[in-house]
Every structure is written in structure tokens, then in C-alpha cells.
Design a protein around this ligand. Structure first.
Ligand code: ATP
Ligand code: LTN
Length: 337
């Protein structure tokens, strides 16, 4: 069980098990989770309640949930240092979500770009959950009094609305919630699709341009070889007019830790073909140990279930403190003991 210190700040983040984790979610979010685990009290959920805002196959959702847990651990998130749990195992998320709905304005939700994108993509299922998604996410964050929320750039707007909701609630009832800050990486905050560098690499929307953490080396290499670039020959970082090459430079920089100018220097005069090959190989080597460790962990379901039980228990205890305070503040009656 993770031991939390009163002197450390708190981190909360989560990912929906709506598909398999991608290189984008690793570089944009999970990599930071692993690097922050010694300096913060860290709580990470598998956001299955968020996943059903888009229709899911139930058997597949169950399977992906467990795979995602194994992947968190395989990416270096140590269950002895971090609280790992499934969102639906802690009912306080839904309970606080309801209360926060009453402190969120429809006008605020109308501005959310993820809602606009997803409702355009899933026009046959524009459900209330999809619209209300940011409020549940605010509940996830505020229940744990998180100081920091490590996410990719696409989630920044959701952390901002969470702050607005918390600020409004605190304005009425006093200091109930900690105001969280987003923690977004300087390189790789928005990894683009290899097939369409105009759009974000995404686990549920895009096949050919997406690298999954469990992909086989030969598939990864094939996708990098086919990566869309431009008709020039120069390996130069210019995310406006050279989106494809800039995306590959960012990926290589994020994976190797080399700065973008260093990457440009290293590949000056080199052809696109051999650059793609080198970036692909770096990604294959990054992912190989994670894939092997995920497979090993998935064979030990009993262990994964123990991690989940202890994570849910610890999360529920922290969440209950905040929820109790909120219920009292808003005036819900509790019987005398
Ligand atoms: P979906 O397609 O189901 O909406 P997704 O692939 O966009 O999912 P999320 O579950 O929304 O992934 O994201 C998980 C975390 O990884 C979030 O913090 C998100 O900001 C980050 N992330 C996802 N994709 C990328 C990306 N391409 N580049 C950088 N960060 C990303
Ligand atoms: N919306 C996030 C997933 C998510 C999340 C959270 C992230 C659900 N709850 C709480 C940070 C904090 C996404 O990645 N699409």
C-alpha cells in the first residue's frame, strides 16, 4: 500500500480505457506520472466511467481496464508508491460529480472543445454524459485535493474548468477544494498522428497513424516508414509548415531526452527515410520492455486484483473526507449519532 506523506503535494490523473494506450498518452501523460512519483503523493485512476460516454463493447472494456492497469505498472508506476484504482470502484466520484453539476454552468460546458469534437465524431450518440464529462473529471480531481494534474495539452481546458468550478464552490462555502494546476510536458504535449499530422494521435479514432504501447516492433517500424511528411528534404522543426517532420522530431526528442536543436543538428543533411527509421527504432526500444512487462503482469491476475482492491480502499478513504465536507457544506442532513 502506498504511504502518503503530509509534507508532499498531491497529484491525480486518469486515462479512459476506451482503447489501448498510445505513444501519445505515454509521452503526454504517463511518462510524467512515473517521473513525479517520488516527490508527490500520487493517485491514478482508470477512468471507466468516462469511457462509457462513447459506446463501448462491455467485454472489451473489462479487458482493456485490466490491460491498462498492467500498463500503468509496466510504465514504471509502482503500486507500492502510488494509489492505482478503477474510477467506478469508488462511488464518491459519481456522488461528488452530481453535486458539482449544480455548480457548473451550461455556458461553461458549451465551450469545451473535446465535447464539440466528440459530438461531431459520434453524431448518433450525443449523450448527456459526454456533455457532462468535465464535471465528473472535476470530481475526480477535487475529491483528492490534488495540487497538480499531469495531462497532455488536449486536457488543459478540462483542468481549467475544474479550477473554475472549485473556485465558485469555495467562493460560496469557504476553502473546501484545493485549486489544481495542469502539468503539461514541454516536448510531446500533443503527439500527432503519423498518418495525418494535422490531428492528435488518439487511441479510439485513428488506426494507421497511431502507435500503441503493445504494438509489435515490425508494425511500429512500418508505421514510421509510412509517416506522412512533406515534399522538402530538410529535417527542421517547424510545426506550422512542416507538421509531419516536426512531429517526428518531437517524438525523437521526447524518447531520447535530446533537445529539439540537438536533434536538428544530429540529422542535418540526412534523408527523411533514414530519419524515420531511426525514430522508429528508438520507439521500438522504448516500448519493448514495457510490452514484455505488461504481458508478464497480465499473467498474474491475482496480483493485479490485489493492487486494485488496495487502491480502491485507499482512494475511497481519502475521497470520503472531501465528500463528507461537501455534503455538510451544501446542507445535506445527517442523522445524529
Ligand atoms: P480517446 O481517443 O478515447 O479520446 P485518447 O487517445 O485521446 O483517447 P485519452 O484517454 O484522452 O487519450 O488521454 C490520456 C492522457 O494522455 C491524457 O492526459 C491526454 O492529454 C494524453 N494524451 C492522449 N493523446 C495524446 C497525444 N497524442 N499527445 C499527447 N498527450 C496525449
Ligand atoms: N479526461 C481525461 C481522463 C481523465 C482524467 C481525469 C485526467 C478522467 N479523469 C482526472 C486527469 C484527471 C482524458 O485523458 N481524456
Amino acid at each position: 500500500m502506498a504511504k502518503f506523506s503530509k509534507d508532499k503535494k498531491t497529484i491525480l490523473s486518469g486515462i479512459k480505457p476506451s482503447g489501448e494506450l498510445t505513444l501519445g498518452s505515454y509521452i503526454g501523460a504517463i511518462r510524467n506520472w512515473a517521473s513525479l512519483q517520488s516527490d508527490y503523493n500520487c493517485i491514478y485512476c482508470i477512468a471507466d466511467m468516462h469511457a462509457i460516454t462513447v459506446r463501448q463493447d462491455p467485454a472489451l472494456l473489462r479487458k482493456r481496464t485490466l490491460i491498462q492497469l498492467a500498463q500503468y505498472i509496466a510504465c514504471g508506476i509502482d503500486p507500492d508508491k502510488n494509489v492505482l484504482f478503477i474510477q467506478s470502484h469508488v462511488p464518491a466520484h459519481a456522488e461528488l460529480g452530481w453535486v458539482l453539476n449544480c455548480y457548473t454552468m451550461v455556458g461553461e460546458l458549451n465551450r469545451m472543445t473535446q465535447f464539440k469534437d466528440k459530438s461531431a465524431r459520434h453524431a448518433d450518440n450525443i449523450n448527456a454524459g459526454l456533455y457532462d464529462y468535465p464535471v465528473l473529471m472535476a470530481a475526480d480531481i477535487l475529491l483528492y485535493q490534488a495540487d497538480l494534474v499531469p495531462v497532455g495539452e488536449d486536457q488543459k481546458q478540462h483542468v481549467e474548468i475544474c479550477r473554475d468550478i472549485a473556485r465558485r464552490f469555495n467562493g460560496i462555502y469557504g476553502n473546501v477544494f484545493t485549486l489544481p494546476d495542469p502539468y503539461i510536458p514541454s516536448v510531446g504535449a500533443r503527439v500527432m498522428s503519423l498518418a495525418d499530422p494535422e490531428s492528435k494521435m488518439s487511441k479510439s479514432e485513428d488506426d494507421s497513424g497511431c502507435i500503441l504501447l503493445l504494438d509489435r516492433p515490425e508494425d511500429i517500424m512500418a508505421r514510421f516508414k509510412r509517416a506522412v511528411t512533406d515534399s522538402e528534404t530538410e529535417i527542421r522543426y517547424d510545426p506550422v509548415s512542416k507538421k509531419g517532420i516536426s512531429n517526428l522530431i518531437s517524438i525523437y526528442s521526447a524518447v531520447t531526452g535530446k533537445s529539439i536543436p540537438d536533434v536538428e543538428r544530429e540529422f542535418a543533411g540526412c534523408g527523411y527515410g533514414s530519419f524515420k527509421q531511426t525514430v522508429g527504432e528508438a520507439v521500438v526500444e522504448l516500448l519493448r520492455p514495457m510490452r514484455e512487462e505488461t504481458e508478464r503482469l497480465l499473467a498474474d491476475r491475482a496480483y493485479l486484483n490485489t493492487v486494485l482492491a488496495s487502491g480502491a480502499d485507499q482512494a475511497a478513504r481519502i475521497a470520503a473526507r472531501t465528500l463528507g465536507k461537501v455534503y455538510k457544506k451544501v446542507g445535506f442532513y445527517t442523522a445524529d449519532k
